[in-house]
Design a protein around this ligand. Sequence first.
Ligand SMILES: [Zn+2]
Length: 309
Amino acid sequence: MESAQLDQSGSKQLNVLNCPHCNAPIDYSLGETLFTCKYCGYTFSMIKEGEYKEIAPGKHFMLVSSYNETEMREVSRDWMRKGILKAGDLAEKSKITKMELKFVPIWIVNVSANTSYHGKKKIVEVERRTRSSSRSRGAPIREEVRKERWVDKSGDFSDVVDWKILATKGMSLPLEKIKLSVAGKVPFKIENVSHGAKLINGDVNEELAKEKTESGIRNYHQDLASKEVDQLLSINTNVQVGEAQLLTIPFWFIQYKYKNKLYPIIFNGSSGEVVEGDAPMGKYDILVIAGIITAIIVIVIVAIALWPT
Ligand SMILES: [Zn+2]
């Protein structure tokens, strides 16, 4: 009983499997199904324990890391120096406490979709009229009459895109915000994985990636169609999921300390662009923000008070 509770409190249960190609041990957590051997570079998915399927070399690409640790430190300092709403002495006073280079697998799924939709759009017209006042000497009265009518609207559109699906559910990387120079990809080679970097296992296999792609593009087209009309009555989307490729991308996960607090930054290790970063605000930044908010409130209040009725 006691030992069972101890097991449950452990963060992740680590397992080991052997690379089907070179027999080297590969650590993994329960639920992970997609692996690249850090010794020989063999990439495969696990169907079930003991049964594996190779991700053919022609399907596995990578972006190489363009920055070593020293260069990445400089990129981080640069990021701290630039931009608004950051403490002015951030670059000088902070200390980088952790730097990790991780190679993260992403599925790139080619997909084409076409959608036709039908709905109704609301047209609002304002008619201005002037009529004479009922009082004998009164000024003429100006009136505005709002008229609403609904018109039918139909349309269609299509897309052919490379849809991106993060192959590891546990990691929160805002893929939609990350510019990936997919054109700069090269065939995956284990020699291109920087020394000391970590290869992240995946838990999204190719089939699941394709399912997520299909539902992703359906939702996207639903959103697009909804923007065209005020009332969407019918929508029909045909999706054709094509080939999937695995693209392994380097990210630097950095942690720094400023005034006894820790902050994270994530950089795209290929382009050097920041993916996400937290920074403390400067002493007076909060006053600036409060000032802007107060000004907006005052403008709104004055506008309402002076609005001609
Ligand atoms: Zn191997």
